[in-house]
Design a protein around this ligand. Structure first.
Ligand SMILES: *[C@@H]1O[C@H](CO)[C@@H](O)[C@H](O)[C@H]1NC(C)=O
Length: 480
């Protein structure tokens, strides 16, 4: 089994090497308008993507078989263990039952309805029940609202409660930090419509002298770390949507997350679903395409869904501050993408806070919040799975007509359909982004909303791709 695995890996490497050799030995495209050459490049790229997929599948199958075989051996060897495990299981069930009763006493109605099962020990060392599914098999997705010292959390909670389609399916948990009396009073008024939890550690945080003015970021990271541990390992939820106390939400916020949930759990190359489009300003989105979704390599945050599996991976190394830039580093992201919408399902209304007020005035304030309800759960969203998406995306981007900013702006482009503006350097990207009013920053080399280096938006009635060369093969983390 092991030998076969090695052979397959070796074979893959050789094939990959050959493909790369042929691609590199090919002349780079000098004249973007030379369509014959470009389409040649695209079909090569497409072929490469297809081959990558085929190889991955073969490898995966091999690994699965290998695992199964090992499991067989385990079963033979471990018969003696079985009895012990059974005994443990009984104990565990007893604990679960007690926990269940306690939760019911606490007035948590969700527990009565949910299927309670022990957590897989391979996923977490904490033996807590998971609250994964409703009796009808639909997932339970908890909403975690972060609150500190802003009484405007009321605005956010009112909307969450108004648009929530099902109380059992979407329990709202408000996590309080900062011991702010007025905010606590506001939250208290919601009674059993919500579940309240409190960050217990109110100690002062040691901050390096140079970062004194960023203390708020240290507090936020501590609060996030504690609350997510609590949600997944104490309350036992499988899936959580994170919302901050300054967010407005769209009417189809819940429908959006419920509809994309199957993608998140079935596609290992996805690690989040976000409600946010970083370039989602009116004038840069297609207002008639509220149903269109994308993959992005840039972690957007601002209303996002994650699973227990991801949290189990991140939790042990959670940083002391600046968690959002940390999560965007290659060591954390590991090439995974998020789903994001054409039109945002969240919008931030708070300009006072830890983050920069200028940033709010220049960008955040103009983000368009979706108003049209889209029935995502009834849609076929398989086009977003990596294997389907990448081929179509690469095709659409690199077969589109190359134009310049001024041609677009003055309406000189006659060809119908999507267009492309190539960029070959960090500065060229930033210049063009500024001209359109797009966000022009990079995090760990990834431009906001970028996918395979391509930033897609809408301008004057057409889809525009700000795209690197067709030979692109990864982000350069020195781009900032
Ligand atoms: C969903 O769309 C894909 C094409 O993207 C198609 O192959 C598949 O059959 C569709 N599934 C259903 C259930 O319609």
């Amino acid at each position: 089994m092991r030998n076969r695995l090695v052979t397959v890996i070796f074979g893959s490497l050789v094939l990959w090497g050959l493909i790369t050799y042929f691609l590199i030995s090919d002349q780079p495209v000098n004249d973007e308008r030379n369509t014959a050459r470009v389409s040649n490049q695209i079909s090569k790229l497409e072929k490469r993507v297809k081959e990558e997929i085929a190889l991955n599948q073969e490898l995966l199958q091999d690994i699965t078989e290998d695992k199964q075989n090992r499991r067989k051996v385990d079963t033979v060897n471990a018969n003696a263990d079985k009895k012990q495990r059974k005994a443990n299981h009984v104990d565990k069930n007893k604990i679960l039952l007690e926990k269940k009763e306690k939760d019911i006493d606490n007035g948590d109605r969700n527990v009565q309805q949910s299927e309670t099962e022990p957590a897989h020990s391979s996923e977490t060392s904490h033996n807590v029940p998971t609250k994964g599914k409703l009796p009808n098999g639909s997932p339970i997705i908890a909403i975690l609202v972060f609150s500190c010292n802003r009484v405007t959390v009321q605005r956010c909670l009112d909307q969450l409660i108004r648009y929530r389609p099902n109380v059992e399916q979407f329990p709202i948990v408000v996590s309080e930090d900062c011991q702010h009396r007025q905010t606590a009073e506001v939250i208290g008024r919601y009674g059993n419509q919500i579940i309240r939890i409190q960050q217990p550690d109110q100690s002062d945080i040691e901050v390096p002298p140079k970062e004194k003015k960023f203390k708020g970021y240290f507090k936020i990271a501590r609060h996030y770390g504690w609350a997510l541990n609590h949600m997944f390992f104490q309350l036992g939820y499988d899936t959580v949507i994170i919302v901050e106390d300054d967010l407005d939400i769209a009417p189809d916020f819940f429908e959006y997350f419920l509809g994309t949930y199957p993608l998140l759990v079935s596609d290992n190359s996805l690690w989040c679903v976000s409600a946010w489009n970083d370039n989602g300003k009116a004038g840069l989105v297609d207002e008639n395409a509220a149903d269109v979704l994308y993959r992005t390599d840039f972690f957007p945050g601002l209303g996002w869904m994650l699973t227990r599996q991801l949290w189990t991976e991140l939790s042990p190394k959670w940083p002391k501050s600046y968690w959002d830039d940390w999560i965007r580093q290659p060591e954390q992201r590991r090439n995974r993408a998020c789903i994001r919408p054409e039109i945002s399902r969240t919008r931030t209304f708070g300009k006072t806070g830890v983050s920069n007020g200028m940033f709010y005035e220049r960008h955040l304030k103009y983000i368009k919040l979706n108003t049209q309800f889209v029935h995502f759960t009834r849609m076929n969203l398989t086009y977003l799975l990596k294997d389907n998406y990448d081929i179509n995306f690469v095709n659409e981007v690199y077969q589109s007509t190359v134009v310049s900013f001024s041609e677009l702006k003055t309406g000189k482009v006659v060809a119908p359909g999507a267009v492309r503006i190539p960029y070959y350097s960090r500065q060229a990207y930033k210049n063009t982004a500024k001209q359109f009013g797009l966000m022009d920053d990079f995090r760990s080399g990834v431009p906001r909303t970028g996918y395979r280096g391509v930033v897609t938006f809408y301008y004057k009635g057409r889809r525009v791709h700000l795209a690197p060369s067709a030979n692109w093969n990864g982000y350069d983390i020195t781009w900032s």
